[in-house]
Design a protein around this ligand. Structure first.
Ligand code: PLP
Length: 366
């Protein structure tokens, strides 16, 4: 079996965890601080604030941006459900913009059409490891006095015209087990604002500014040193990780060029893709349906995932929720029926890539 994702920790991570265990200080401490400082430095942010997962990172960001009930957040319907759950949890309404075929991310012209006098935030999700088209998104935000929240859960180190994900607005990241950098569970918020960083640090610690001095009604959003140490060696080798993913993506794209009914993913001009997922589209020209394609790869021992099988607004849980405003999203509605992600992770061998390419050529070939 060639899995869709792998997690590989080595002796270095084992030793670091052991050191924390033996120190007896296993909650949030100096290792979380080290992780935050290194993350901020590596990915171009003035501040990085660690929290216990990527969903919390979104919720905490919306809380410090001070969203009020009835405020609207424009985002994509083609995302992991956490993006929407966080917006609802923060008391806001969700409005959907359509996406682009090439980057699977919100389309600025569709965002423009969704702006109302209740809009407060534009929340692009940098899906699969490639950023959204940030220049026009930032221009819209500026022209309409809106905040920008970048859900960068899948895009650690991705960039747009040389500027990192999470540095255009307030940025959130996930370190869930499948992500390019993982602590099992974990999250990070990036911001250049001293004020927001300060509020976030207070919020995540029960609103406590100094010992038993409460500045706000907060929560426990803390990450632990046990988790934070897992990330440190991964940060050190992250540029290799991304190079490896890029090489694998290039090999897959070369091997899959010209297959009828298959559209391979592209890195768009000016953007650095970190290949969290390698996601193809199976179009109507293909011999078989997307679902059959996924099943056939599974039978051949190749892990293949559909991220995501439905648009958020089409799930029963959200369909009749008055806080979730449906919109017409023709591109997303088409793409959601076509996507399939195949392995691109660092544990792939050349033999694995050859097996994936041969199998797909067989399954879709004339
Ligand atoms: C786009 C997106 N947003 C938010 C999240 C939530 O992160 P977490 O699972 O760490 O809560 C994830 C990942 O799971 C995600 O992929």
């Amino acid at each position: 079996m060639i899995p869709i994702t792998t997690v590989a920790f080595g002796p270095e991570e084992e030793q670091l965890v052991l050191d924390v265990l033996r120190s007896g200080a296993v909650a949030q401490g100096p290792k979380v601080k080290e992780f935050e400082d290194r993350f901020a430095e590596m990915f171009g942010a003035k501040h990085a604030v660690a929290v216990n997962n990527g969903t919390t990172a979104l919720i905490a960001s919306l809380e410090v941006l001070d969203l009020q009930p009835g405020d609207e957040v424009i985002t994509t319907p083609f995302t992991f459900v956490a993006t929407i759950n966080a917006i609802l949890q923060a008391g806001a309404m969700v409005r959907f913009a359509d996406i682009g075929y090439d980057d699977f991310n919100i389309d600025p012209s569709s965002v423009a059409a969704q702006i109302t006098d209740r809009t407060r935030v534009i929340a692009p999700v940098h899906l699969y490891g490639q950023m959204a088209d940030m220049d026009p998104i930032m221009a819209l935000a500026q022209a309409n006095d809106l905040l920008v929240l970048e859900d960068s859960a899948q895009s650690h180190g991705a960039s747009y015209k040389g500027k990192f994900a999470g540095t255009f607005g307030i940025g959130t990241f996930s370190f869930y087990a499948t992500k390019n950098i993982t602590t099992g569970e974990g999250g990070m918020i990036t911001t250049d604002s001293d004020e927001l960083a300060d509020k976030l640090r207070t919020l995540r610690n029960q609103g406590m500014k100094a010992r038993y001095v409460y500045e706000m009604a907060g929560n426990n959003y803390r990450l632990t040193d046990l988790q934070a140490v897992l990330a440190l060696p991964q940060l050190s080798r992250y540029s290799e990780t991304v190079s490896r993913r890029q090489e694998n993506a290039a090999k897959l794209s070369a091997g899959l060029a010209g297959v009828r009914g298959l559209v391979t993913p592209v890195q768009l001009e000016g953007r650095k893709h970190v290949w969290h997922q390698y996601t193809v589209r199976i179009t109507d020209d293909a011999r078989i349906s997307r679902d059959e394609f996924v099943a056939r790869l599974g039978e051949a021992g190749i892990g293949c995932g559909v991220y995501y099988p439905k648009l958020i607004q089409d799930y029963d849980a959200y369909r009749n929720d008055p806080r979730v405003l449906r919109s017409d999203v023709p591109v997303a509605s088409e793409v959601v029926r076509q996507v399939a992600s195949i392995p691109v992770h660092t544990a792939l061998t050349d033999d694995d890539i050859a097996t994936i390419v041969d199998t797909i050529n067989n399954v879709l070939g004339a």
